[in-house]
Design a protein around this ligand. Sequence first.
Ligand code: AMP
Length: 220
Amino acid sequence: MYIIFLGAPGAGKGTQAAGVAEEFGLVSIATGDLFRQAVERGDDLGKKVREFMAKGALVPNEITVQMVLNKLAAPESGKGAILDGFPRNLGQAEALDEAFKKKKQKIDSVVYIKVEEKELIRRLSGRWVCRSCQSPYSIQGALTEEQKKCARCGGELYQRPDDNLETIKNRLKVYFSETAPLISYYRNSGRLIEVDGEGAVGEITQRIIQALRKKTCKNK
Ligand code: AMP
């Protein structure tokens, strides 16, 4: 099973992908995480993508598509995968469909997680992430040094450099102009599942799991 998670920055794609991947025994491939790890390592890829990420712009397709196709070709993706944050424009979506067609495979479902813009800004500006285990936290306002500790592993919590208001606004602008058109691209090909992304994390996970099970039954 191959699934795409589509939604604006802050819609909860990463959080939901973790729960849904576990339920269905899939791997989760998050392009943003892969790019951040490359920047952290300071390797060639990291050097190429750093500036784009800092501005909240999209990394060029020739870099992004190849990275994802390599990940999909790896043995651990053989049982299926959730693509979190990819594709993000029409060129990427078409390149992905083309690559799957060549392998005689297909993207089974595209889960579109819908969240209001005001809520996206609230979530992104209050997002803290653990440096060690990547657990996300939603905390509004400033934190004391004591509060900057992960409840799961004791690691240090930090705010992503692109989660500042100016970059958040640019990322949303890029989302609405380049990524949102993919909603009709996938709706027109009968692969879109729309899920309300507001509410408790566990409830949203269940909504996605139920919707995917229903769709899989229909397709059989
Ligand atoms: P994310 O963690 O998904 O919010 O992604 C962080 C940043 O990584 C984005 O603002 C882009 O600069 C870059 N990025 C992630 N996924 C893609 C993609 N599919 N295409 C181009 N750039 C991407």
